[in-house]
Write a protein that binds this ligand. Structure first.
Ligand code: NAI
Length: 260
């Protein structure tokens, strides 16, 4: 397992779910970890789940707010030193059909999922360039970047935007030897989301995953750690699916002929 001792890792949306899994995996691997999230109470609860509070800090931040994101990076640096890794994970998933959607609902998804990723990456990249750090940045998109879902137009659009943003940022930061990559989780088991699924949707979902189960936050975290490890030095601008094969194709279709 790669170790991250001496590295300063910032994770946004770290109070629960995938972000918390990523923060924990980096912390277990020896990194100093700064967990940012808009929900202060949830951050406190998340922090309390770490048995070792060394190398750990929490900052309340709204990723839509540029000064707040700059403050997140500055706080991390004051606590532990220059930023080595930024994981732009914070995101929201409200559902509404286009016919019924308020403009404010559209704006809040795009502002959190796309503007928030831009601001988080920009603040970290500026710090890395200033300090001459050969850092790593990972954005969190979704299978929704390429697979539409009823009621999720804003979410799918935001996640497609994250993929292209990541590619261009990777081009721009290559001269500074900062790797920028993206993970696209499939269906990951987090308590908050699972409880909102109805049974029919859940059954259809599992049938569409060749691996036959949802993923766990730590399985996304391990992919993220790999992208931040020395072994991934030549990987930049890449999109790594972590989805049990969900994105392979028409997973719910039978063989075209019984002889096959
Ligand atoms: P989650 O709801 O547990 O975590 C998202 C975190 O982001 C929450 O703690 C929330 O408070 C925080 N957040 C929301 N708005 C924020 C803001 N403006 N500023 C700072 N923090 C904010 O959900 P989950 O599933 O862990 O989501 C994490 C990321 O993974 C999201 O970007 C999501 O779109 C993505 N994802 C999740 C999948 C899943 O199946 N759980 C599948 C594909 C992608």
């Amino acid at each position: 397992m790669t170790r991250f001792e001496g590295q300063v890792v910032i994770v946004t949306g770290a109070a629960s779910g995938i972000g918390l899994g990523i923060a924990r995996a980096f912390h277990d691997a020896g990194a100093s970890v700064v967990m940012g999230d808009v929900r202060e109470d949830a951050l406190d609860q998340a922090q309390a789940t770490f048995s070792d509070q060394e190398r750990l800090a929490c900052v309340q931040v709204d990723v839509r707010d540029a000064p707040a994101v700059a403050h997140l990076v500055a706080t991390a640096e004051q606590a532990f030193g220059p930023t080595s890794v930024m994981i732009a994970n914070a995101g929201i998933v409200p559902n509404a059909s286009v016919l019924n959607m308020d403009v404010s609902a559209w704006d809040s998804v795009i502002e959190t999922n796309l503007r928030g990723v831009f601001l988080s990456c920009q603040a970290a990249a500026r710090s890395m360039v200033t300090h001459g750090t050969r850092g790593r940045i990972v954005t969190v998109s979704s299978i929704a970047h390429s697979h539409g879902r009823l009621g999720a137009s804003a979410y799918c659009a935001s996640k497609a935007g994250v993929v292209m943003f990541t590619k261009v940022l990777a081009m721009e930061l290559a001269e500074h030897r900062i790797n920028v990559n993206c993970v696209a989780p499939g269906v990951i088991e987090i308590p908050r989301r699972v409880s909102r699924m109805n049974e029919e949707f859940r059954t259809a979902l599992l049938q569409a995953i060749p691996w036959g189960r949802r993923g766990q936050p730590d399985e996304v975290a391990q992919a993220v750690l790999y992208l931040c490890s020395p072994g991934a030095e030549y990987i930049t601008g890449a999109l790594l699916s972590v989805d049990g094969g969900y994105s392979t194709g028409w997973t719910h279709m039978p063989y075209s002929s019984p002889q096959l």
